[in-house]
Structure formats: structure tokens, C-alpha cells
Design a protein around this ligand. Structure first.
Ligand code: PEP
Length: 251
């Protein structure tokens, strides 16, 4: 079965009610056939409710992070509350969470598991830093991050609720993009790891998307690679026309 192209817009800590309204008006008018592309937008938590109310129903909304539980954890979101609110997706393990907020591979694995337990689907981010790439440690880092997720998953079918986002840290928000060949090589490596460590069905069907300075001008070339099943877009997801072009890049 072909893998449905997947494009996520990660608005990070950006947006205002007015800017979001303008963006959504444009997005709601765009031609985005649901049999060809799945689109998910991740606004700041504070804006989720107003975005959900105004966005067309075939576009899903994600939160950008959750905690592993509910209770006395001031400032956090619980996976069960996110589900209860009616959302289906969470971004977990974004490099900004790992680097700025010190989230370890193990903690990211636990968060992925907590989301799946609450019936949330997960965009799980993995990727190496610039120094790790320079030291030829890309595979080692990615395998370590994948293993930490696998350790927490008890059922093989859990992987069917995950989209893996390969996001080399050196390419996030820097204007540097992995070349289509560089990205393809890592995506293929991830699929090989899944075939050996999970099973071949998961390896064939899971969406592996690329993130790191994706723009309308480079999306088409990246999307042409056989193991690149879509994108997680940061900066360029804040401009509706550009994001729509990226979402349509494989059509
Ligand atoms: C991201 O934040 O996931 C991302 C890929 O950012 P950018 O597109 O700005 O590099």
C-alpha cells in the first residue's frame, strides 16, 4: 500500500489570534486532496481551541509536547486531556525539547508510550547534531533514539500510530537543508533499522518525514525521494502560501 504523504506545520511558540485567522482562511481555501496528503498543524497550546474551531475538519491539529501523566505537574499537558479535548496528534521529542528542555532519549520514549496509551498518534522526532554528523555518528544517534522508543512500546502495532520525523538538528531553523540524497540515505537507514528491529510490515508502511529548513523551493526535490514521505515544517509553516506549496509538493 502506498504511504500517504504527510505534512506537519510546527508553529512552535509563534502566532497570534489575528495571524492564525489569516493563515487558516488561506489554508481552508487550498486544494489539498485528502487521498494524496495528510496535513497536521501544531499551534501553540493557547491557540489550539480557536484553530480547531476555524480550520477545515480534514486538517488535524497536534500539540507540540505532552507530559507522561496527569496530576501535580504545573504547566504541563496530559496525554489523556489532549485526547479528551478531541485532538489526535502530538509532536514528541522535537530537538528544541531535547536541547533546550533537556529531554533525554528515555524520557522521549516514555512520552511516546504515554501518548499511544492515551490513543494519541505521535510525530516522533529524531536526528543528529552537527558535531555528531561530523563525527560520523548519525547512525549511532538515530539507532539510539529509535531504540529508546522501541523499549517503551509493548505492541508492534503501536508503530502504526507513529510518524517518524527525521530532523537533523543542524538543519532546523538554520537555512541549511539536508540534500535530497543525504535525507534519503538516512530515511533508508531508518527503514532498514525498523525491518531488523521491529518487522518488515512496519518498515514498509511507516511514514518517515523530513524536517529541517524545508521551503517551497526545496520541497519538490526532497519529496521525489523514495523514502521521504512528507515533511515537518517549522519556519515555512508560518506563511500560508509557502506551507500550502510544500503540502502540494508531491502532487
Ligand atoms: C522544525 O521545527 O521541526 C523544523 C523543521 O523547523 P524549520 O523548518 O524552521 O527548520
Amino acid at each position: 500500500m502506498p504511504r500517504l504523504f504527510f505534512v506537519g506545520g510546527n508553529w512552535k511558540c509563534n502566532g497570534s489570534r489575528e495571524a492564525n485567522r489569516g493563515f487558516i482562511e488561506e489554508l481552508n481555501r487550498a486544494e489539498l486532496p485528502t487521498d494524496k496528503v495528510e496535513v497536521v498543524i501544531a499551534p501553540m497550546s493557547l491557540h489550539v481551541e480557536s484553530v480547531v474551531r476555524s480550520i477545515r475538519p480534514e486538517i488535524s491539529i497536534a500539540v507540540q509536547n505532552v507530559f507522561i501523566n496527569k496530576g501535580a505537574f504545573t504547566g504541563e499537558l496530559s496525554p489523556s486531556a489532549v485526547k479528551d479535548f478531541g485532538l489526535d496528534w502530538a509532536i514528541i521529542g522535537h530537538s528544541e525539547r531535547r536541547q533546550i528542555f533537556g529531554e533525554s532519549d528515555e524520557f522521549v520514549g516514555k512520552k511516546v508510550e504515554a501518548c499511544l496509551r492515551a490513543s494519541l498518534k505521535v510525530i516522533a522526532c529524531i536526528g543528529e547534531t552537527e558535531s555528531e554528523r561530523k563525527a560520523n555518528k548519525t547512525e549511532e544517534v538515530i539507532f539510539r533514539q529509535l531504540s529508546a522508543i522501541k523499549k517503551e512500546l509493548t505492541r508492534v502495532q503501536d508503530w502504526h500510530h507513529i510518524v517518524l520525523a527525521y530532523e537533523p538538528v543542524w538543519a532546523i531553523g538554520t537555512g541549511l537543508t539536508a540534500t535530497p540524497d543525504q535525507a534519503q540515505q538516512v530515511h533508508e537507514t531508518i527503514r532498514r533499522w525498523l525491518a531488523s528491529n521491529v518487522n518488515s510490515d512496519v518498515a514498509d508502511t511507516i511514514r518517515i518525514i523530513y524536517g529541517g529548513s524545508v521551503k517551497a523551493s526545496n520541497a519538490r526535490d526532497l519529496a521525489s525521494k523514495k523514502d521521504i514521505d512528507g515533511f515537518l515544517v517549522g519556519g515555512a509553516s508560518l506563511v500560508a502560501a509557502e506551507f500550502i506549496e510544500i503540502a502540494r509538493s508531491h502532487l
